[in-house]
Design a protein around this ligand. Sequence first.
Ligand code: URA
Length: 187
Amino acid sequence: MTLDELENKCKNCTACELCRERTNLVFGIGKKDADIMLIGEGPGEKEDLQGEPFVGRSGQLLDKFLASIDLSRDKNVYIANMVKCRPPKNRDPKPEEQDMCINWLRKQFKIINPKIVVCVGRISAQRLIDKDFKVTKQHGEFIDKNGTLFMGTYHPAAILRNPNNKELAFGDWLKVRDKIQELGIEI
Ligand code: URA
């Protein structure tokens, strides 16, 4: 199945109650066979309205980090979220909502087949790297999972709330750049 076919199927998903209030399902965006995949938490208000991940204030900051290391959703990365529909009032997606949604993400991951996955924020890092993942302690560390390198970093929304973390987050993105070079990934 192609990524477009998967997206078309996913758009009709009614597996959990988040589907009821969505304006748009937010499947993902970017290069369909990107070597670098980013996984956030879930759509916010702007994302729900536009049907694209990370288009609000957090997304602008994320795009700046990406641009600083020559990455962009238009060129060489793919961006998705743990859940495809907006949780009410931007609350954290519940574990059971993530359970219902994760097969879409697994299928996306298999088709895209990235070499590096960056978990953007605690929610995806706890689900995909370590259930007790602490961003403050483990950010910037690469973990090999079946041949794919996973790394967790600060969520841009957390940086907007506490700008002191910006330098640390920037350091994580520099590590991504170094890893891309180390692995000889052409971007
Ligand atoms: N925050 C996320 O985690 N994902 C988005 O798509 C937007 C904001």
